[in-house]
Design a protein around this ligand. Structure first.
Ligand code: DP6
Length: 326
């Protein structure tokens, strides 16, 4: 009744921004991501009849009550599916620089879903695991798979048609993602809270929904044609549209800091010099830069020369979940 799974983070090229059902984590739009090789979570789940409650250890220590509560809620869903009342010990190691703005929830809930399902004896395929992981954190639905992945919003109210599907293998296109960590004293609006406020109050949210479907068509063409310019342009534009919705929310909020804007401007300046780089930004101040292998070093040097840049992590396209023998 024990299993260990490794899952990688992903970065959305077309963003998930908005839920139509908060309890089931059903999104308002499809999203498309690339799984990253460098950052991952390894999670062991052991169901044990000796336990009288669930236990959650994160990076060697007992996790905070808030995090444990989320994990318990998730385990309740797994127990319900398996018709079990057993409690579990969950041990997680996060190899994700949270300061770099990579949400560990994507790799965290993908690893937890797969490990818990296996440990409790549920025999789920990857699509079912994606649906389960989604119920811990939306972006985790995509981290079950490697390469380039689309998460379908689905139409059903029970979420039965809401899961991720791989659309291009990791070996099919060797793109690079530079995660640029900037100096910041930003106060955080968590993505969960940010997207809720935007859906409920921003008049720009309707415009986001109208645009995102077109962006998905464009990026899928770019992936098929391996057209980097087309891909980069739509990635950057989509991130800007997502962030524009937050400015219309009530109260308004903004994830960018001045350092964020400096990096964005440097990326645009690089393009003017003929070096193709495009940025994307999640619910935080750090910037991810997408590029082709030949330009990676030049882009690193230019961004690293900016005083506001703390560190740059280099990622390649990563794999899906793997089971690790105990
Ligand atoms: C901006 O998956 O962290 O990174 O479903 O509430 O856990 P919850 O949110 P989460 O949101 C990610 C938002 C984003 C865009 C994306 O990854 O698609």
């Amino acid at each position: 009744m024990k299993a260990t799974v490794k899952a990688h983070t992903n970065i959305a090229l077309i963003k998930y921004w908005g839920k139509r059902d908060e309890r089931l984590f059903l999104p308002t739009n499809n999203s498309l991501s690339v799984t990253l090789d460098k950052f991952y979570t390894i999670t062991t789940v052991e169901f044990d009849e000796q336990l009288t409650s669930d236990q959650f250890y994160l990076n060697g220590n007992e996790a905070e009550a808030k995090e444990t509560k989320k994990v318990v809620t998730f385990l309740n869903r797994v127990r319900e599916k398996a018709n079990s009342t057993l409690f579990a010990k969950v041990t997680s190691e996060n190899h994700v620089p949270t300061a770099a703005g990579f949400a560990s929830s994507a790799s965290g809930y993908a690893a937890l879903a797969a490990a818990a399902a296996k440990a409790i004896g549920l025999n789920l395929n990857e699509r079912e695991l994606s649906q389960l992981a989604r119920q811990g954190s939306g972006s985790a639905s995509r981290s079950i798979f490697g390469g380039y992945v689309e998460w379908e919003k689905g139409m059903e109210s029970d979420g039965s048609d809401c899961y991720a599907t791989p659309i291009l293998d990791r070996d099919a296109w060797d793109l690079r993602v530079l995660s640029v960590e900037v100096t910041t004293k930003a106060k955080k609006v968590l993505s969960r809270e940010g997207m809720k406020r935007t859906v409920e109050t921003s008049p720009f949210f309707a415009g986001w929904l109208e645009a995102v479907d077109k962006d998905l068509i464009t990026i899928k063409e770019a992936l098929q044609e391996k057209d980097f310019t087309k891909l980069g342009q739509v990635v950057e534009a989509n991130a800007l549209k997502m962030h524009a919705t937050t400015l219309g929310a009530n109260p308004p909020f903004m994830y960018w800091q001045s350092a964020t804007v400096e990096v964005m401007q440097e990326v645009q300046a690089l393009r003017e010099k003929g070096i193709e780089a495009y940025f994307t930004i999640d619910a935080g101040p750090n910037v991810k830069v997408v590029c082709q292998p030949d330009d990676e070093q030049k882009i690193h040097e230019a961004l690293n020369a900016l005083p506001v840049v703390n560190e740059i992590h280099h990622c390649r396209v990563g794999p899906g979940i793997t089971y690790i023998a105990d």
